[in-house]
Design a protein around this ligand. Structure first.
Ligand code: FEO
Length: 386
């Protein structure tokens, strides 16, 4: 696949993977992208997951034939991109590796690759000439590891963006939901904690003329890039992307579910156009995390359990708080049969989050939803849709 006359896609698609990074379900598989830039010198940008080394090297050979590769640019050392480095060095023993100082330390630790005569360490603002193409390097620490560099090709206006702008899903299957859904789940699952660092990167990107974004996962982005840059600005600043209210619940015997469903109905009756009702036990955890960051208001409904919050709800909240959850409105519904304490427990889990406002009409259910509970839920629905 051509990115430009001189830049070719040589990545691979993984349909064997069950969990990406050991926790994310990827029903559409995963792409490990890699690129080659052809010029007087040849540069390859990033490797792929080690199970695909042969296929990747084959893709490269189809483009460059018997020519040697001059530079392997390693932007990110996470093994989904770096674990074919050893195989590459065997195939192209004269190559120089271009990467950050931090990445070279990781390369030695991961793979024992430490021959300094083969290393060219680069940092923010450094450049590398291939001939017609000059590559500029951009430091992007914590997007999403500390060693990350990105690469900008001044000639073809291509930003090689490492993990940024990536998504779950292989490139050889159509994603029925388009780019945003799996890109959002990927962003909040993997990079979400590092909003400040992503903001810093976007500031640097705004100074560049970018025609094409070549991420390490998902499709190559071209055409009008403002949509992608805008959603990244929203996500990284923890802004509200879509109007709507999330009602997320856990339920042991169905009574808390009934309360959550009743509230969802009331919200709709009060004019809320988008209510996202989530059974946290059955929904993919990272889909739920994505929705929590997408919308501005969320109601959490759960059972009191061992005088605390039901485990899955606690886990969900911890996934939010560790990713910097902020700038949101929250309401709580607690259920308990003898000593309901879940609302207090949930609130305490958010105590270090910035700019959280809390609804006034939190709701306590004693075992099952009755008329008094319905009246309280109606008041909460009115408050949230006022
Ligand atoms: Fe796609 Fe952070 O590795």
């Amino acid at each position: 696949m051509f990115i430009s006359d001189d830049i070719h896609y040589i990545g691979v698609n993984d349909h064997q993977i069950d969990l990406f990074e050991g926790q994310f379900e990827v029903p559409l598989g995963m792409a490990y992208n890699s690129y080659v830039i052809l010029d007087e010198k040849i540069a390859v940008v990033d490797s792929v997951e080690h199970g695909f080394t042969e296929e990747w090297l084959g893709n490269l050979k189809k483009v460059i034939g018997e020519r040697a590769v001059d530079y392997l640019i390693v932007q990110h050392m996470e093994p989904d991109h770096s674990s074919s480095i050893l195989g590459f060095l065997q195939a192209y023993p004269t190559v120089k590796i271009v990467s950050s100082d931090k990445a070279f330390k990781m390369m030695a630790n991961f793979y024992g690759v430490s021959d300094v005569s083969k290393q060219i360490a680069v940092k923010e603002g450094d450049s590398l000439s291939l001939g017609k193409h000059t590559l500029k390097f951009i430091a992007a620490p914590m997007v999403h590891w500390p060693e990350v560099i990105m690469t900008y090709d001044e000639c073809d206006k291509v930003l090689f963006s490492a993990d940024a702008f990536g998504k779950f899903g292989a490139n050889d299957v159509e994603d029925p939901e388009g780019w945003a859904c799996e890109a959002r789940r990927y962003y909040f699952g993997i990079v979400g904690k590092y909003g400040v660092q992503v903001q810093n990167l976007l500031k640097k990107a705004s100074a560049l003329e970018i025609k094409t974004i070549c991420s390490l996962h998902g499709p190559v982005l071209s055409g009008d890039l403002s949509y992608y840059l805008d959603v990244y600005r929203t996500w990284s600043s923890y802004g509200v992307e879509s109007e709507g209210i999330v009602v997320a619940y856990t339920s042991v015997y169905g009574n808390t579910a009934t309360a959550a469903e009743y509230l969802a109905d009331q919200l709709r009756e009060n004019g809320c156009k988008k209510v996202v009702l989530i059974d946290l036990i059955r929904e993919d955890l990272h889909e739920s995390v994505e929705d929590a960051f997408r919308y501005g208001t969320m109601v959490l409904a759960t059972t009191t359990y061992n005088n605390d919050v039901f485990p899955r709800m606690k886990q969900f909240i911890e996934h939010l708080t560790e990713r910097g959850y902020q700038k949101r409105k929250l309401a709580f519904i607690e259920n308990g049969s003898w000593a309901p304490t879940a609302a207090k427990g949930m609130k305490s889990l958010f105590e270090n989050c910035k700019e959280i406002t809390y609804a006034e009409n939190n709701v306590t259910i004693l075992s099952a939803l009755k008329e008094d509970g319905k009246a309280k839920l109606e008041s909460l629905a009115k408050e949230l849709t006022a």
